[in-house]
Design a protein around this ligand. Structure first.
Ligand SMILES: Nc1ncnc2c1ncn2[C@@H]1O[C@H](COP(=O)(O)OP(=O)(O)O)[C@@H](O)[C@H]1O
Ligand SMILES: N[C@@H](CCC(=O)OP(=O)(O)O)C(=O)O
Length: 381
């Protein structure tokens, strides 16, 4: 089969991409009858991925399911588990998940690798660059990276808790042009169709407006395994979109779900907002939870709006504990104006706020430059 013939089996925005990130929800991984890994379905997805790769598209997978598989393995069947038991279940389920992916990809001679990330790994620049290096190398080696949250160490404060936003950050990590969220629903509706029979399907979203955000409801409670629902999928589309990556929400339940799209299956496409050129700024804007807040006065707010850096003189207060290099939120009058990478820690900013830049060295005993956040490290929101 020619490359062109394979490509025609997939929607253009997927087939034309150099790199695609697929996110697979727990409901697809777990066989609802047995609770075990649904290798029949996973085999179908592996076939789709093998075909995409033959057409020159590199694929990364973000796979949920560790928690659900581990619960069954450990006999932890109570519906609401405390966090330590959830983490234990995910630790036990992760190797089961990887074995299943390895089994279905090995039938195509494709190797897989496990990449476990926490939110911190994606929001600290050095760790981000390390993770990028590894993921890039795996893709260049022809391996399919299988990403999941590192649930063993990811306690509430540092976890994503849903794989939708993790997938958006992972897509950004490897500069994917397309993020595909395979779910149990064929896209975004005007309201949750499980409770609103008159809800209408939305095929394309050009801009994520408050109205679009207002449509999102929670996870599918009946399935009992999903986490984020539509709200985290829209948040994911926003993060990916800022990095020049489109997001598709589709029903993944068909046996070869990606091929099913070319046979007329519906989906929602969130168009990317920017080109991936401004990747560093997109990374800053995509921070899921800023490490702290810097409150600024009206003069500094005007300076930022005209493209200037943030100096200590315009800072009125600082909140949260953060280090130099962390991503923080900049607010005026309670409204977030910008995000940026702090050149000083929160303690040091507390000591220099309201003062002239020439006083920094005298106050701190060192200087990291005149700016608390340089305009090159800042993005208006
Ligand atoms: N506006 C909406 N449009 C579509 N689905 C919605 C909407 N609001 C809430 N949902 C729910 O989101 C669910 C998908 O999210 P979730 O259960 O977390 O699945 P996954 O495991 O794929 O992440 C759907 O089954 C649906 O019940
Ligand atoms: N890291 C978790 C993923 C949790 C999650 O986001 O689940 P889902 O909403 O089904 O994508 C696990 O592997 O169980």
């Amino acid at each position: 089969m020619t490359v062109a013939a394979i490509k025609s089996d997939f929607p253009a925005h997927i087939a034309q991409a150099k790199r695609v990130t697929l996110k697979v929800g727990s409901a697809l991984i777990v066989n609802p009858q047995t609770g075990a890994a649904n290798t029949l379905w996973m085999r179908g997805l592996a076939e789709d991925v093998a075909r995409l790769r033959r057409a020159g598209v590199e694929v990364m997978i973000v796979s949920s399911g560790a928690g659900a598989l581990g619960r069954r393995y450990l006999g932890l069947t109570t519906r609401q588990l405390p966090l330590d038991r959830k983490q234990a279940a995910a630790a036990a389920g992760q190797p089961i998940l990887m074995r299943a992916w390895d089994e279905v990809f090995s039938e195509h001679g494709i190797k897989v690798a496990q990449v476990l990330l926490t939110r911190e790994d994606t929001e600290r620049r050095r760790r981000w660059l390390n993770a990028r290096e590894t993921a890039d190398t795996l893709l260049k080696l022809g391996v399919v990276p299988i990403v999941n949250e590192n649930d063993t160490v990811a306690t509430e404060e540092i976890r994503y808790g849903d794989n939708d936003r993790l997938a958006a950050r992972a897509a950004m990590l490897v500069r994917s042009e397309a993020l595909v969220l395979l779910s149990d629903i064929d896209g975004l509706y005007t309201a949750d169709p499980r409770n609103n029979p008159s809800a209408e399907h939305i095929p394309i979203v050009d801009a994520i407006t408050p109205e679009i955000e207002g449509m999102a409801g929670g996870a599918n409670a009946a399935a009992g395994v999903g986490t984020g629902g539509m709200a985290t999928k829209i948040a994911a589309a926003r993060i990916a979109g800022a990095a020049g990556c489109s997001t598709t929400i589709m029903n993944g339940q068909a046996l070869r779900p990606l091929s099913a799209l070319s046979q007329g299956a519906r989906y929602t496409l969130f168009v990317a907002q920017a080109s991936s050129g401004a990747a560093y700024k997109a990374w800053i804007a995509g921070t899921v939870v800023p490490a702290g807040q810097i409150h600024i006065d009206a003069g500094a707010a005007r300076a930022l709006a005209s493209g200037k850096s943030l100096l200590p003189s315009g800072i009125s207060s600082v909140a949260g504990l953060f280090d130099k290099g962390d991503s923080v939120s900049i607010l005026h009058d309670g409204r977030e104006l910008a995000r940026g990478i702090a050149a000083y820690s929160s303690d040091d900013i507390a000591a220099i706020k309201g003062r002239a830049s020439r006083d920094i060295e005298g106050l701190l005993g060192y200087t990291s430059g005149d700016e608390v956040i340089h305009r090159d490290d800042m993005v208006m929101v």
